[in-house]
Write a protein that binds this ligand. Sequence first.
Ligand SMILES: [Zn+2]
Ligand SMILES: [Zn+2]
Length: 207
Amino acid sequence: MASDISFACDCGTVTGTMRVISGEGDHVVCHCTDCQDLTYHLGHAQLLDAQGGTPLYQTRCARMHLDTGRERLACLHLTDAPTLRWYAACCRTPLFNTFKNGKLPFITILTAACDPARREAAFGPPRGHLFTQDAIGDASALPKMGMATLMRRFFVRAIKDVVAGDRRRSALFDAKTLEPIATPHRLTNEERQALEGRRTDMDPSPA
Ligand SMILES: [Zn+2]
Ligand SMILES: [Zn+2]
């Protein structure tokens, strides 16, 4: 069964739809420091849950279609890792995570950007929580998602994308070169230091 769920940045400039096919993607909550840092860097820390988690849905790369605001999409590398973080430059809403280029195809959407009225029905409950060792407060009760399970499912999807040619049908990468449609910004030392400062004197009640 397939259903389409719409997404939008805060100001409504960037819009599109995500096709959700039952059993295909993975709905997880990631507590890693990079996902937390991203929301702080973009001024969207209110998206984190009480334990610093970001709800994410990861699926095949061509399931996302952009309707408006393509020219306002921007992307950044928080660290030296190859993860590319996409956001709407108009209002700094974090939207997607991908690999640095389209050669390793996948897309992860921050479900907070998706239609709140349809989110629960479309994504279902999370399969589990990732990087709970980085969670804020006591995360012992959170159901964990095993990385091995996630990676196995990840590679099955990526192989399908390569075989089907879908990695050349991603909205975020050039069909020929597989390079991102926006020039990635790598955080400067000052920007990284600001995030490290946040972590060392973390506000006990992040707004
Ligand atoms: Zn916007
Ligand atoms: Zn993460």
